[in-house]
Write a protein that binds this ligand. Structure first.
Ligand code: PMP
Ligand code: GLN
Length: 378
């Protein structure tokens, strides 16, 4: 049978992680922390299990967690979602993205994606029969070219996907960017899919500019979030999305058909844990220290990069070392030097490389030190 995803080979994250394991390499490739999630949070999950929350929760999530998250969004971004009809919990942000894309993209529709882009958008668009229209983020700071966006919006454009803070580049959209986008989408029926999984991992006193903050965006936006990134538990695969009721009414059908509902005891745990805002507000400082440590350790090496503004990734240029293609160089770094990273070209459709690697700094100081020691020798 013909494959529905002919280009859907094993993701670079699995490839690099398994190569890293095979060669016992220091792993700064796939984005996950190598330290533990808060013990209090784990205990809350166990408490909920002991209390008997071990069967299906309501399809859209327990009311206690919906209330907490809706209140958090209102406090941070000033937008009040209806907790009964405008939020659902999903199997990581990945499932929220899948439901959002497949619910609205019809065969022949165009979806605008900025490249380099996280790797799950394109397969979802393809499965829905849509066409991905790419816009490259260029230059050292990977800014959106607004004229190009304006030109590429057509009568077929169904959706625009943004991601801030941005994986893999570590750039962020600022207030002016969001206002510009709001103006561009005004008077269209284009849906905005806003991937905000790194909302709390933002540095140097910058404010996260959520699509929900801007009324002209919020009215058309599906905002996707992930607890995994904020609370150091990517393996729990807990996420959510919020959207105006008319959009959520459709998304929820796809949620129902894919998983129906997600982990019940974890929902109770997060409902309790989110009552203390420090648990998410202090993540920016926590990861900024890690970023600064990594950059300080890399100082004096041949790798160069502008400091990441958000996410737990730092992109670095290695052109002073070799002109090898980034995938070859990244593989050789694992097999010969024992250090795993992610080559940036895999986020570009044509595989074009700019001699840049992505390093995940969500690691213990000891791991970062060992990594830097290896990288200094190159
Ligand atoms: N979007 C981006 C930009 C990501 O980096 C990730 C993490 N892999 C996801 C979505 C998916 O998040 P989750 O692990 O919660 O499914
Ligand atoms: N978000 C993770 C990263 O960018 C990868 C998650 C995955 O493997 N799908 O490294």
């Amino acid at each position: 049978l013909p494959s529905k995803l002919p280009a859907g080979k094993t993701s670079i994250f699995s490839v690099m992680s398994s190569l890293a394991r095979k060669h016992n390499a220091i792993d700064l490739s796939q984005g996950f922390p190598n330290f533990e999630t808060d013990r209090k949070l784990k205990e809350l999950v166990y408490k909920a299990m002991k209390e008997g929350y071990n069967q299906y929760p309501p399809m859209n999530g327990i009311p206690e967690l919906r209330e907490q998250v809706v209140a958090k969004i209102e406090k941070l971004y000033g937008k009040k979602y209806n907790e009964a009809s405008e939020i659902i919990f999903t199997a990581g942000a990945t499932q929220a993205l899948y439901c959002a894309i497949t619910a609205f993209v019809h065969p022949g529709d165009e979806v605008i994606v900025f490249k380099p882009a996280y790797d799950s958008y394109e397969p979802d668009i393809k499965l829905a029969g849509g066409k991905t229209v790419l816009i490259e983020l260029k230059g050292e700071d990977f800014k959106i070219n607004w004229e190009e966006l304006e030109q590429k919006i057509s009568s077929k454009t169904r959706m625009v996907i943004i991601n801030t803070p941005h994986n893999p580049t570590g750039t962020i959209l600022n207030k002016e960017d969001m206002l510009r986008l709001e103006k561009l989408l005004n008077n269209t029926n284009i849906i905005l899919l806003s991937d905000e999984v790194y909302e709390h991992l933002i540095y140097d006193d910058a404010q996260h500019q959520s699509a929900s903050k801007f009324p002209g965006l919020a009215e058309r936006a599906i905002v996707c979030a992930s607890f995994g990134k904020t609370f150091h538990n990517t393996g729990w695969k807990m996420g959510y999305c919020v959207a105006p009721e008319v959009l959520m009414n459709e998304i929820i059908k796809f949620h129902q058909a894919t998983v129906f509902c997600v982990n019940h005891p974890m929902q109770w745990a997060f409902a309790d844990y989110l009552k203390n805002p420090d648990h998410y507000l202090e993540r920016g400082d926590f990861y900024q220290q890690k970023r600064d440590k990594f950059l300080e350790l890399m100082h004096g090496s041949k790798f160069k990069g502008t400091p990441s503004k958000g996410t737990y990734f730092q992109v670095m240029d290695y052109s002073a070392i070799t002109d090898e293609h980034d995938v070859d160089f990244a593989k050789r770094l694992i097999t010969e030097n024992g250090l795993a990273s992610i080559p940036i070209s895999v986020f570009n459709k044509d595989g074009k490389d700019d001699k840049k690697l992505r390093f995940c700094f969500a690691k213990t100081e000891e791991t970062l030190e060992k990594a830097a020691e290896i990288l200094h020798k190159l």
